[in-house]
Design a protein around this ligand. Structure first.
Ligand SMILES: Nc1ncnc2c1ncn2[C@@H]1O[C@H](COP(=O)(O)OP(=O)(O)OP(=O)(O)O)[C@@H](O)[C@H]1O
Ligand SMILES: [Mg+2]
Length: 236
């Protein structure tokens, strides 16, 4: 198992955001956690990343308990997150934003190759490499945020509601790239999303998170066909 979350608890004072959340992600999987506003999706990813403290439970990565590690050490193990409403640096160019992606020795050959690979994945960023990030559309900024997370070569990518605020055509485009990264490049991805149909369509498995508890799990196909998912998240 690459990532294992056991009986996770997250509280903010009297607010219990997560109670007893347990799930796992294997190497090479693309897993979605579906949940409405306030379900606890961001709390979950922030806890895995080490940004939000645990009130209980543990997080295991590559067989090691990482619950007590600071965030930067988790990043060093290969855990990277594209945060909710990911911010790019507006007055830096696309290229400078990518340089800021946390790569240790920039501007060597490996970095240049990495950059070319990212530009081939995101042609729209290649065309705009000298343009200020502030001038990119919302969808392009999301692409840049994903590319910036990838430059550090993560072993798992945590993605927090990348579809938020994007028009449907752009949502499809961003999800297509995530699927391609998983399928063609073997990147393990954990998505948290309100957009159940778009995210389950590219996932191998999924979970449904309701007010801090996982209430349903299954293959993506089984969840898409499940009456409870269809009525609550797909509006069918
Ligand atoms: N820093 C905080 N202080 C107090 N309460 C918080 C804090 N962060 C989140 N919460 C509460 O915890 C619960 C879960 O919030 P969280 O942001 O994890 O949900 P979410 O599923 O990401 O929602 P959204 O889809 O709106 O992003 C909510 O009730 C929220 O109000
Ligand atoms: Mg959130």
């Amino acid at each position: 198992m690459l990532l294992e979350v056991r009986s996770l608890e997250v509280s903010y004072g009297d607010i219990h955001a997560l109670h007893g959340v347990s799930f796992e992600v294997s190497q090479g999987e693309l897993v979605s956690i579906i949940g409405a506003n306030g379900a606890g999706k961001s709390s979950l990813l922030n806890a895995i990343m080490g940004i939000t403290p645990l009130a209980g439970g543990s997080i295991w990565y590559q067989g090691k308990d990482i619950s007590a590690l600071p965030s930067h050490e988790r990043a060093r193990l290969g855990i990277r997150m594209v945060p909710e409403r990911a911010r790019v640096f507006p007055i830096l160019t696309v290229y400078e934003n990518l340089l800021a992606g946390g790569y240790r020795r920039p501007k060597n050959k490996a970095f240049e190759e990495k950059l070319e690979w990212l530009y081939s994945l995101f042609p729209v960023l290649a065309e705009r490499r000298t343009q200020l990030a502030a001038t990119l559309s919302g969808g392009e900024q999301q692409m840049l945020a994903i590319a910036r997370a990838l430059i550090a070569e993560p072993s798992i990518l945590l993605v927090d509601e990348v579809s938020m605020g994007l028009m449907p055509a752009l949502v499809d485009k961003v999800f297509e790239v995530l699927q391609q990264l998983n399928r063609d490049h073997g990147l393990t991805i954990l998505l948290v999303e309100q957009n159940a149909s778009a995210s389950l369509r590219i996932s191998t498995r999924g979970y449904v998170l309701e007010t801090g508890t996982l209430v349903l799990t299954g293959t993506a196909a089984a969840l898409l066909a499940d009456e409870r998912v269809r009525s609550a998240y797909l509006g069918i």
